[in-house]
Design a protein around this ligand. Structure first.
Ligand SMILES: CC(C)(COP(=O)(O)OP(=O)(O)OC[C@H]1O[C@@H](n2cnc3c(N)ncnc32)[C@H](O)[C@@H]1OP(=O)(O)O)[C@@H](O)C(=O)NCCC(=O)NCCS
Length: 188
């Protein structure tokens, strides 16, 4: 009986806490960094336009959302996705994680590149500049500290090994590793 009351009180306090957080965040605008638990992180993302699945999604803090001053409409995270924390998600362009994708700790996903105020590099390296969508397909596993660059599609059930730099598309069921990432083997 006491433990049921305690459990109920704990949940009630949590719901109040969550409401307060959401009221404050609504007033202050989309944060660049999410620092809450998975449930509140998901609610904050939804509040500012991200499409986040309702089933088995885990979004562990901290998560940095780049180019998100006007909201998170470029972000789609489907059911069953797990973000293991310390992830940097660039929302300059659309970023979609299909069902069951996992991002290991420190994974960085970029959807733009620029040299900012450097006019020389901006001109000479024009082919490397711009905004391009990233798509991570169903079930793919992006392991710790990998970097996915703009315009890349990672195939279904592909694995990107820890520390890889992925600058080209990855086929379905392919294991890639290294800098730049190269196909190591087919997963069958
Ligand atoms: C993906 C991972 C699990 C693969 O582990 P593994 O035991 O090395 O896998 P395999 O034995 O199948 O490796 C196949 C080949 O790829 C190479 N390889 C594996 N991971 C590599 C990496 N990160 N960078 C470069 N090469 C790598 C292996 O050395 C091996 O090459 P070889 O056949 O010449 O010896 C591991 O690389 C990894 O990223 N671990 C981090 C896990 C993680 O991020 N967890 C977060 C929570 S989900």
């Amino acid at each position: 009986m006491i433990s049921t009351v305690r459990k109920y009180m704990k949940r009630l306090m949590y719901v109040i806490y969550k409401k307060i957080v959401l009221i404050i965040v609504r007033l202050t605008g989309p944060p660049r960094m999410l620092r809450f638990d998975s449930e509140i992180n998901g609610d904050i993302l939804r509040l500012f336009g991200a499409r986040i699945g309702k089933n088995k999604v885990r979004i562990h803090s901290p998560i940095t959302l780049h180019a998100a001053e006007s909201g998170y409409a470029n972000l789609i995270i489907n059911d069953g996705c797990i973000l293991n924390g310390n992830n940097f998600l660039d929302l300059s362009s659309r970023l979609e994680l299909e069902k069951g994708v996992s991002l290991g700790p420190n994974v960085v996903i970029m959807t733009h590149n620029n040299y900012n105020h450097n006019v020389f590099l901006q001109e000479k390296m024009k082919h490397t500049c711009g905004n391009r969508d990233v798509l991570i397909k169903k079930g793919a596993g992006i392991k710790a500290s990998a970097l996915i660059t703009m315009g890349v599609t990672v195939g279904e059930n592909a694995i990107v090994a820890g520390g890889a730099v992925v600058n080209r598309d990855v086929s379905d069921n392919c294991f890639v590793a290294g800098v730049p990432a190269r196909a190591i083997k087919e997963i069958k």
